[in-house]
Design a protein around this ligand. Sequence first.
Ligand code: ZN
Length: 287
Amino acid sequence: MAKSIAKQAETKTAATSKTVFNSDVEKSVPASQPSVQEPEKIEISIEKKLIALFSLQQIDSQIDRIRIIRGELPLEVEDLEDEIAGLETRVDNHIQEVDSIEKQMHDRQISIKDCQTLIKRYEEQQNNVRNNREYDALTKEIEFQTLEIQLAEKRIREFNAQITTRKEEIDEAQRILSERRNDLEVKRNELADIVTETELEEKALMRKSEEQQHFIEERLLTAYKRIRKNARNGLAVVTVERDACGGCFNSIPPQRQLDIRLQKKIIVCEYCGRILVDKELADSISI
Ligand SMILES: [Zn+2]
């Protein structure tokens, strides 16, 4: 990188010493060649400009990637927080259900006692009946109350089963809950670390980006920023990949590809407007 910046420094002086281009970003391929005394100088200059632009793009893309990663992490934490809130609600609901079932169970136990009291009273009355009809009527009442008790006992057994199931669900939810709380703790710490870490990296890259921008003339830099802002993935400078624009993948005619390779002027994709760089040149740049 340092080497590349040093290289750019030379270029900057070369490029700014004399303006020899009608337009740095031009869509038309056949250039209306400006009157130039030293064409070699132009070639070097354009190549250096492209190198500077491509280098800037690499740095800016790294910044973009960091921001994307950091953007996703808080979402993971948020998801966990939501899941925990959901589990807490589920546990609360189960606890309330258990309470309500226990209340119903208690009611049945009371009604069983009431039935038993009645049965006892009927049995006592049976000792003092005047005729069989009265005795049979009381027997029927006793049978009815006995059935009521059996029914209540059946309901109590069902309630007990429901409570057991609910309590198992509560245990399970609480087990998951404690796991998720641990996960959240870990993720929060991770997030804090990564934020600190990436902020440092991002700041360093932003400094690098600014340094790199000094090697690019104002007009070109403005164009770069404008294209980058409008382009998806923030790519303003792309290479030619398999005879196509590396940004929009539209094919580039052979003549245009040749012009890009010759580096006599800065050429943009006629479809997406991105600045096109020869793959070989791009591969020779290390950031
Ligand atoms: Zn394109």
